[in-house]
Design a protein around this ligand. Structure first.
Ligand SMILES: Cc1cc2nc3c(=O)[nH]c(=O)nc-3n(C[C@H](O)[C@H](O)[C@H](O)COP(=O)(O)OP(=O)(O)OC[C@H]3O[C@@H](n4cnc5c(N)ncnc54)[C@H](O)[C@@H]3O)c2cc1C
Length: 349
């Protein structure tokens, strides 16, 4: 039987929302519901068939994320980068090669894929996460918050909106949010909402056997960045990378043919023996991207102070990677904002 009422309702089961939920649970506050539009949890963290189609890497300076990973006992490991990496900077010149200095190890990945962290955080709340639940309206009535969804109505004392600010403007708020806030929400680019990833799995890591790292970089190529994406335990073998956005408007078949030909040219014929080939275009996913993604700020400024305030008479708070003043856009920012919101509501008790 679905519980439709909770003290705290968190909208969005991405990293930020689940971090808040985890922290509330730790402090003994379990009267929490999490409403998630998609049929899966994780938001921009999505691991399928051993491939991270969303967030993948983090570094030592991502301290909030690193501590959380340690706290919930999820394993991390270094992105593999030994061997010859390929640099494509000119379509007519032959490939150039470079090697990473082993003294400066590359970024970390999460063992089992980034979704391993999501699953761990969500494990404290299985029954209280309602997927396939799209929030359309949030109104304050008689000192409570009423939330309308395609899956029925909910009532809360407080609501935490973790949806990327730009698409959170699709929700009807009542009383209306201040016009200056709506303006800033609409102008906050959703980090990576324009990205398109490709992932291929293989029976063997043929690139390693040939002395390649699996890294292939080049803005002029069909895949602008490609990396080894084998599992931590080396039981599954994969390559994963970012598709050149210029290929977005091609048919899936045309794009695949171009990508395979490109990878074949630089890594060898073995590329064609892939076991699975999959793509994820985040720009086509309405729970991350808005339709106007054609122009993109490369380094958007995140952490607008307006997102740190309470709205609807102290009953609405925002969080999420784009609201974070620390490492905004990144997983670390999502965690930081999730932690801050948990602190804020607990300090109000
Ligand atoms: C391709 C790609 C690569 C990335 N690579 C990296 C990386 O390597 N390192 C890194 O640190 N970061 C990376 N990121 C960014 C990282 O994924 C985000 O910082 C982080 O996952 C954001 O978490 P969040 O909870 O703030 O937002 P989200 O994950 O976007 O969560 C918001 C949730 O709200 C839900 N939602 C939306 N609308 C509604 C609605 N109306 N009702 C109910 N629910 C709704 C969504 O479905 C989603 O689950 C990448 C992102 C992408 C897309």
């Amino acid at each position: 039987m679905t519980q439709k009422k909770a003290r705290y309702i968190i909208i969005g089961a991405g990293l930020s929302g689940l971090t808040t939920a985890f922290k509330l649970h730790q402090k003994g506050e379990t009267n929490v519901l999490i409403l998630e539009a998609r049929d899966r949890i994780g938001g921009r963290i999505m691991t399928e068939n051993h491939i991270d189609f969303g967030a993948t890497w983090f570094q030592n300076h991502h301290e909030n994320l690193s501590s959380l990973i340690e706290e919930v006992a999820v394993e991390k490991f270094h992105q593999f980068s030994d061997g010859k990496s390929v640099l494509v900077y000119n379509s007519m010149a032959p490939a150039h090669y470079f090697e990473n200095d082993p003294k400066y190890p590359s970024a970390f990945r999460i063992a089992g894929g980034s979704a391993a962290l999501i699953e761990k955080l969500a494990s404290f709340y299985t029954e209280q996460i309602h997927t396939n639940t799209v929030v359309s309206e949030i109104k304050e009535v008689d000192n409570q918050i009423f939330i309308s969804t395609n899956n029925g109505n909910y009532i809360a004392d407080k609501v935490i909106v973790t949806i990327p600010p730009r698409i959170a403007t699709n929700i009807i708020f009542s009383p209306e949010l201040p016009a200056h806030l709506i303006h800033d929400m609409k102008n906050t680019h959703t980090w990576m909402s324009n990205a398109m990833k490709v992932g291929l799995t293989f029976k063997t890591p043929f690139w390693k056997v040939k002395g390649f790292s699996g890294t292939l970089i080049g803005q002029i190529g069909c895949v602008t960045e490609l990396y080894d994406h084998c599992c931590a335990d080396e039981k599954t073998f994969a390559l994963m990378g970012f598709v050149n956005e210029a290929l977005r408007d091609l048919s899936k078949e045309e794009r695949k043919a171009k990508i395979l030909a490109y990878l074949q040219k630089y890594l060898g014929d073995e590329v064609l023996n892939y076991v699975t080939y999959e793509e994820k275009d985040w720009s086509q996913d309405g729970f991350t991207a808005s339709s106007d993604i054609k122009s993109i700020y490369m380094s958007p400024r995140y952490g607008n102070s307006k997102f740190q305030e309470f709205y609807l008479n102290g009953k609405l708070l925002f969080s999420g990677a784009e609201t974070s003043s620390i490492h905004g856009g990144y997983m670390d920012g999502a965690v930081f904002s999730g932690l801050k919101v948990a602190e804020k509501i607990l300090s109000q008790e």
